[in-house]
Design a protein around this ligand. Structure first.
Ligand SMILES: *Cc1c(COP(=O)(O)O)cnc(C)c1O
Length: 235
């Protein structure tokens, strides 16, 4: 199903408004926060509409889905973020399709990304996904394994480790996600104590229903799907 352009642009304006209000409340500037439009299950036509309205970052959670929209989106000067769990055997392809892998959760995947032949000479931007949700099926590196993982990934010559990504459990009341966002920021701050105050500047956290809380807790990137594109159908 394809939303009407006007609706998408209105949704975008509303999301931007919510971003600025949350930023002001937190004493931050809205310009510090990058909006990643999560386009999984949505058409290339809808992506194009948001692009024309100024969105420059898009997120997909499956390599194959990005690939299937590739030919219809090659004209867009946008950054594509891989935000879903990445299997080792898809790493080489992901390097060609994405400008950032935001969901690295093991050294094995990072090493595959590091070894893959890259399109561009610059290093591939990566974030480490940290497991915030205690639910066993959820992916991400656990907090205790973070310091050695960060150290090892930082040594890989073709990757540029920029920060952390995390997904809290779903709560009807987004306020309940706050301690999880705060925890991710504190993990980053603890790593900074070792690595220096400029290290790991990116905190990718917050989705449609909880991004204001994430912004208050220091998010620099938010990943928003439903609030921009409307509800997703069955994938
Ligand atoms: C789908 C998805 C989002 C966006 O979720 P919405 O609730 O639709 O905003 C954000 N992050 C990840 C990792 C996702 O898979």
């Amino acid at each position: 199903m394809s939303a009407k352009p006007a609706a998408l642009v209105e949704n975008l304006e509303w999301v931007r408004e919510r971003i600025s209000v949350a930023a002001v409340r937190a004493g931050r500037r809205a310009g510090e926060i990058t909006l990643i439009a999560v386009s999984k299950t949505h058409s290339a036509g809808n992506i194009q509409q948001l692009y024309e309205a100024g969105v420059r970052h898009f997120g997909e959670n499956r390599v194959q889905e990005r690939e299937s929209k590739l030919s219809q989106t090659t004209g867009l000067q946008a950054d594509w973020h891989m935000i879903g769990h990445l299997q080792k055997n898809k790493a080489a392809r992901a390097v060609q399709l994405f400008s950032s892998i935001d969901s690295v959760d093991s050294l094995a995947v990072a090493e595959r990304l590091d070894r893959a032949p890259a399109e561009s000479a610059s290093r591939l931007r990566v974030l480490i996904e940290v497991k915030l949700d205690p639910e066993p099926a959820k992916s991400g590196a656990v907090a205790q394994e973070l310091p050695p993982l960060v150290a090892a990934i930082s040594r890989l010559p073709h990757l540029e480790l920029r920060g952390l990504m995390g997904i809290p459990p779903y709560f009807d009341n987004p306020e309940e996600a706050r301690p999880f966002f705060r925890h991710l920021r504190e993990l980053r701050d603890a790593l900074r104590a070792e690595m220096g105050p400029e290290a790991l500047p990116v905190l990718s956290m917050g989705m449609s229903h909880d991004f204001e809380i994430a912004i208050e807790e220091g998010a620099t990137e938010i990943r928003v799907g439903t609030a921009l594109f409307g509800a997703r159908g069955e994938p």
